[in-house]
Design a protein. Sequence first.
Lengths: 126, 126
Amino acid sequence: MYTIRDVSEKTGLSAHTLRYYEKEGLLSSVERTPGGFRQYTDEDLEALGLICCLKNTGMNLREIARFVHLAQEGDKTLKERVALLREHRESVIARMNEMREYLDKVTRKLEYYSEMQRAYESAGER
Amino acid sequence: MYTIRDVSEKTGLSAHTLRYYEKEGLLSSVERTPGGFRQYTDEDLEALGLICCLKNTGMNLREIARFVHLAQEGDKTLKERVALLREHRESVIARMNEMREYLDKVTRKLEYYSEMQRAYESAGER
DNA sequence: GATTGACTTAGAGTAAACTTTAAGGTTTAT
DNA sequence: ATAAACCTTAAAGTTTACTCTAAGTCAATC
């Protein structure tokens, strides 16, 4: 069992953000101590791992919440979850290909600038 | 010479966004007709190409504006611009590597789910 | 020359994802 | 037993990047 602070340190998400995620339905039914403090389990940590993974590949919180809700409904939503993940995967791959192209353009610009800079500096030396 | 509408169509940015970018200093001194309408040149289009490229690789508008301002100051800022682009390039590469790892995780999750789904469906057939 | 449609501005509004605040209850260490 | 640290909630505030609105000006066509 982990406190919100433990989980914050493990995940890199702030305690504020963890509460916010719970409120938004990204994390379901976190246990509480008799005093009302959150007690996270290993399963919660694992769920957070997937949440971060989806978030960091560009899925928005609403979609993540939808995914989590499907998971709660059990095996009958497996097909839908697979479809959702597959679609997300495709969009991430597309995004990465797009970025690769843009990166090439940045690289070319950089080479052009480096060349200009060399010319400028050697002109200054004279 | 292009109208704001032409440029909107060519770049995929809305006319609103083009005006906004200009206001934020991303695009400098767009020419006007006697009546006050914007007239974009080919150089403006090229500058917008670089802006979109930087934006689509995750640079925020403030940094892009800074880059544009440096470019306006001429050759003496070449070194700084090279440094800025180089740093950006590194961060894009890091981002892509990170995404690749997250994508692998999504892929593994997807494979696991697909397997579960197959098992679930074959159980349903019985 | 009047109508229509595109353009102008300043400024308000929006969405997403936090982040902070205020007011108060709980645990732990001294 | 009391202070310090940590937790609770609801709700307001922030940031980024737009997006829309209102009121008016300009250009092209009938």
